[in-house]
Design a protein around this ligand. Sequence first.
Ligand code: SAH
Ligand code: SF4
Length: 374
Amino acid sequence: MLTDIKSFTREELEAQFKGWDEPVYRVKQLMDWLYVQRVTDWDAMSNLSKPLREKLRQQFSLGTLKLVRQQGSRDTTRKFLWQLADGAFIESVLIPANPSLYGEVSDRHTLCVSTQVGCAYGCKFCASGLDGWKRNLFPHEIIEQVLCVERHCAAEEAATGGKTATSFPGTRIVDNLVIMGMGEPLANYDNLLKALRLLNSPWGGRIGARKITVSTSGLAPQIRKLADEPEQFSLAVSLHGATDAVRGRIMPVNKKYPLAELTNALAYYRDQRGRFITFEYILIAGVNDALDQTRPLATLARNLNAKVNLIPYNQVEGLPWARPDDETCEQFLRALKALKVVCTLRREKGGDIDAACGQLRLKTEREMADSSQP
Ligand code: SAH
Ligand code: SF4
């Protein structure tokens, strides 16, 4: 089995090219084909000689992801379900900055990508962890989510005769990347960092490090490790509870890394980076939405210079949790603001298409299981 070329760094490819007696500047040309032109065929790499293309073909695979299902439409939040080479399913969600209401094309997009098949952390409200963890994604499987979505959008636009920048092969359509799809990114640390470096580098994906946000359920040791990396990736923490009692009820990871340990790691991150952290706080009715939770949450946020994103819970079929009514969410927001916390409340994008992580995969797997029953 050959490994996909997008799982190799520039340095690794340069070493390979030296071994072949090929000039190393060819690696830059190769990476341009992969990350800017997004080609899926060795023969499209017209400025590389035929013998070199042959050597590449013998040594590496050049794969893509298979699109099996899509929800949403151009310029609304849309969700892509991919099948990997081993048959497993993962999801990516594309969110336009300005969802189009009147048919105009949005040119700024955030893409949410997955890092694992399933998730081992088993948060009680989340669809991704329901069937446990299957495996880590390879770097190229993380990267291909970006490239596949872009190929797809460019092809779609070309087909409809669109004349915006999107239709040019070299244009980056995804300008913000959030690592908030299926899986716990910091539990797949090495592959994640390799993929993010390739997507960030000036000879690769060219997405600014600050425009890449890694979301974690709170793996304290890996947060410290991330704080020591040279790149300025942004960090979001899925907090969802501001006391150990509330957080422990819905997030088993809180037993391993209770709030005291998590906040120590975050303080280290803040001191190393001098940057804002984001706290994600899903509002779940009767679990963490009482107004008395705003005080401990405000204390944590202010101590750590964290901004708080309040997100009304997205119902998952088969799970007992529900979102609070709109007024409860607005009240929670007002109370936090009164405590001088920088915070926002997400007023739905994508809830209608099962946009929360893991839901489309779960639905598809359940449908497949149903249809295979006699
Ligand atoms: N494992 C990482 C990243 C993936 S989850 C993490 O937990 O941070 C991405 C975000 O989606 C997390 O904040 C998670 O708590 C949230 N999420 C999961 N299920 C959800 C649901 N049903 N409704 C709203 N947000 C959900
Ligand atoms: Fe895993 Fe994140 Fe879902 Fe928790 S919220 S189960 S860590 S994907």
